[in-house]
Ligand binder design. Structure first.
Ligand SMILES: C=C(O[C@@H]1C=C(C(=O)O)C=C[C@H]1O)C(=O)O
Ligand SMILES: [Mg+2]
Length: 445
């Protein structure tokens, strides 16, 4: 990464100049003349600073590795207000995670959004490095701190192979509790407390060695196609990561792109068999209901915030372990308001249920663990464009432990055993990277 070290040297020289001992913000951008020698994830893996965040858009064209926090935000409304304060710095990007419960109105919500000191980005075949200085007190002090930070950056290394293997696993809820929970949800549906509730499971894997989160994400990225790949490393031992197929929203000025991704069947390595499963999915009443409830929820939630909503017919999205029903939703926003979009859309009925409040109450009361980052969102916001993925097919790395999350939408007609298989298949997207021979049973259909 010679180019990167050359840019860092240039930056250092710039920062060594005279800076006002007053509040301020500055941004410097450098384009890379050619493709860096190693990937952005490899570069990020080597950096000894936290937090650090990685993101790759699901079409594979946009990638970012960002680190060092120039400023952090507990709520997207604060992040948005910050960006609006500086219209003369149009490229301010704030990256990170919103927790599942992170859209509560109180601004004390503990989300993990930050304005990075360094961003290394790619769009198609164009790479650039951006450095941001911000201080509410003294740019002079901040320039000095940033120079120290730049000196802590190191060259990329190749990622270590994945050598951890699984010693044991523990499901929460266990299969018998899951069945009881699904029955309880079905009686809530029968009694008209709600139409849909999404129930999830946390599986703790005990590993033979601590897991390198970047190497794990790289392994996932190489096989789990058509997904967003994201990781927030909090410390050297703790990181939340995932490979999710689901867009929460993309905002391009006032254009809004979102989707209803719900309804699931297993995938099959054989194309014909996969197609037969996909055809079954398209015609299955329970899965169509699951998906249409998400469309209803999103359209209701966007009322007053967006108009000219357009919903495409259902299509099948084929992933490595599962296939889903997807309907794309496009609308025109009344204004470029990311905090408003998040508030309206997170959590959608694809990960919570419908009506939202009743479903959330059921989850809070009966799900036997705290979702934390799972089913929240991961991505970025900026003045012009913002995008968040739903933080599914995700896991928390905690040294020797990996906590894997997976959930399924329960609607009238759901069967507890089938829904268990569905979450096994969803969790398999990450789990099989450590247990090659782990094969959840193929779902009926
Ligand atoms: C809740 C999850 O996935 C969601 C639930 C789905 C379903 O029940 O069919 C499908 C896609 C996702 O919206 C998960 O992966 O954990
Ligand atoms: Mg489902």
């Amino acid at each position: 990464m010679k180019q990167i070290s050359a840019i860092i040297e240039q930056l250092d020289t710039r920062l060594a100049g005279k800076w006002p001992a007053a509040a301020g913000i500055r941004q410097f951008s450098y384009s890379l003349q050619k493709q860096p020698d190693t990937g952005l994830l490899e570069w990020l893996a080597a950096q000894p600073c936290y937090p650090k965040f990685y993101w790759q858009q699901r079409d594979g064209n946009e990638e970012a590795a960002v680190c060092g926090d120039a400023y952090s935000f507990g709520h997207i409304a604060q992040a948005q207000a910050f960006i609006r304060q500086f219209p003369d710095v149009p490229d301010l990007h704030i990256w990170g995670l919103n927790a599942f419960n992170g859209t509560a109105d109180d601004a004390s919500a503990a989300n993990a959004l930050f304005l990075p000191r360094i961003e290394l980005c790619r769009q198609g075949n164009t790479w650039w490095l951006r450095c941001t200085l911000f201080s509410p007190y003294s740019l002079q002090d901040e320039a000095r701190r940033t120079r120290l930070f730049l000196r802590s950056l190191v060259a990329s290394r190749t990622l270590p192979p994945l050598t951890s293997h699984v010693l044991q696993h523990q499901h929460l809820p266990a299969e018998s509790q899951w069945k009881a929970l699904v029955e309880r949800a079905l009686s809530g549906i029968e009694q008209h407390q709600f139409d849909k509730v999404v129930l999830a499971r946390k599986t703790t894997l005990t590993l033979s060695q601590p897991l390198n989160a970047c190497a794990f994400l790289a392994a996932s990225r190489s096989v789990n196609h058509h997904c967003y790949h994201f990781m927030l490393a909090f410390t050297a031992q703790q990181a939340f990561l995932g490979s999710s197929p689901e867009r929460l929203f993309l905002r391009d000025n006032t254009e809004l792109y979102t989707e209803a991704l719900a309804g699931t069947v297993a995938n099959h390595p054989d194309d014909q068999q996969a197609q037969a499963l996909g055809d079954w999915l398209l015609s299955d009443g329970k899965n169509q209901r699951e998906n249409l409830l998400v469309v209803d929820d999103i359209c209701q939630r966007l009322q007053g915030g967006a108009h000219s909503l357009d919903v495409t017919p259902a299509e099948v999205l084929r992933l490595r372990k599962v296939q889903h029903l997807r309907r794309n939703i496009h609308g025109e926003l009344t204004g470029p308001d990311d905090a408003g979009c998040l508030q309206r859309l997170q959590p959608t009925a694809a990960v919570a249920g419908l009506p939202r409040q009743a479903a959330r109450k059921f989850i809070a009361e009966f799900e036997p663990f705290d979702r934390e980052w799972y089913a929240g969102s991961a991505g970025y916001l900026s003045a012009e464009q913002s995008e968040f993925t739903v933080a599914l097919r995700s896991a928390m790395v905690k040294g020797h432990h990996l906590e894997l999350y997976a959930g399924a939408g329960i609607v009238a007609g759901s069967d507890a055993a089938q829904e268990w298989l569905e979450i096994e298949n969803k969790a398999a997207g990450l789990r099989t990277l450590l247990e090659e021979h782990y094969t959840p049973a193929v779902q009926a259909g």
